[in-house]
Design a protein around this ligand. Sequence first.
Ligand code: PSZ
Length: 499
Amino acid sequence: MSVTRGINRLLRNVKKSVNISERQVLALAYQPNVNDFEPNGPRVVTDIPGPRSKQLIEQLDQIQNVGAVHFFCDYDNSHGNYLADVDGNVMLDLFTQISSVPLGYNHPALINAVSKPENLSTFVNRPALGVYPPADWVSRLQNTLVSVAPPGMNHVQTMACGTCSVEHGMKAVFMKFMSDARGGMPPSQEALESCIINKAPGSPSLSFLSFNNSFHGRTMGALACSHSKWLHKLDFPVPDWPIVRFPNLKYPLEENVVENRTEESKILEEVEDKIDEYNKKGQTVAGIIVEPVQCEGGDKFATPYFFQGLRDITNKRGMGFIIDEVQTGCGATGKFWAHEHFNLTDSPDIVSFSKKMLTGGFYKKVTFKPKEGHRIFNTWVGDPSKIALLEEVVKVIREDNLLDSVKVTGEYLMSGLFNMQSKYPGILSNTRGLGTLCAIDFNTTDNRDKAMADLRKKGVHTGACGPTSLRFRTTLLFKTKHVDVFMERFDDVLSQLNK
Ligand code: PSZ
């Protein structure tokens, strides 16, 4: 088929399927290949935020709080790794909507999925999935979430966002813990009645162990396990649950093995002590939740030994073990799931996901499947249209070998960062990462913030984490040529800072 005929057919399908303007359809249709339509580099024509962004921020301020808004975007004109704003600036995007864009902006495969007539009803109707799933739901789950399930995990539950995935994953752990405590017997009548008014035995005094500086979400249970910023926590009556330090390791990990092992062993002992302490005071610890890389807290990496230790402790004590892959899942580390780097001898009990997976949800071992319906539940429990898009994402990851490509780009990015670290030793340290999920530290918060502001002036959009880190959260289509575009500008910015 000729390109024109193909585009015309796509145009007709897109117009038929979704209500968007002719101009938008044309903008979308003339992009046959992701590498053909991406700009060659950033373009900066105004301050960012520019005048149009500022005007829109002012208007939005009349309706909601705009304190977090950086700038308004032009998603019609954003392509691949480049994000356009409403003032005509085009930025290389290293932060990708807080790490949640797997294939870049306006990827043809996703546009194609929206335009397929057989997907029309999936995008138009949003069912209450837990009660009225569509006929293709099982096969869609099999093609997507089941086909990329972490080793040893054969059950999956969809959810809306990362937070509610974590929250429900924690509930699955509490339910299993109490079911075990009852020896698998049904709850007593007293439990059924007391739970309604938040009293024991139906509402038991249990707790969850989490790590200092972690982030798992903002609902009350997930928030009780989040400890990175006061902005998330202030004024909320979250329970006093056990918190342990996350390992503070020396980088590069492979050059500091002995020292790091000592630190991790010490922390594993602290975990055991903390569990004993809370069990003794009657707040029995039902589970542990951990990020494979502590992202919001400053991109802190630990070794497989530490995660294996947590798995062993939880198994030994009959506790649940949740690995929260909301930010790390879907390929950015060069494996589909970051915890696959740990070679755990027994898989986690729950793995939560969202962001690049487009849908939220969690995997669980079958033993964590609730006995009754309606116990892990809400109206939508996810969104089938996101699964239709995920189907394309998974296909592209496989067909384009994106996990291998991430490894190649990641090595190139890390070696560039090590070079910068040697060139500017007074400013930079601690290059670390897996795949393209990398970070580097600045000597001060001010310098980090100044570098990010200066990078934006040069058309590179980046993200911070922790007090002094710059983190890389690129698409899976980030290639060495994009690293070059970034590194040239990073070098410029650092040479100015170094003066
Ligand atoms: O300020 C915020 O609410 C932010 S900034 C970055 C996130 C949230 N990350 C979300 C996140 C995460 O990184 C991990 C490891 N677990 C859970 C969550 C919560 O996901 P969402 O934001 O989808 O509810």
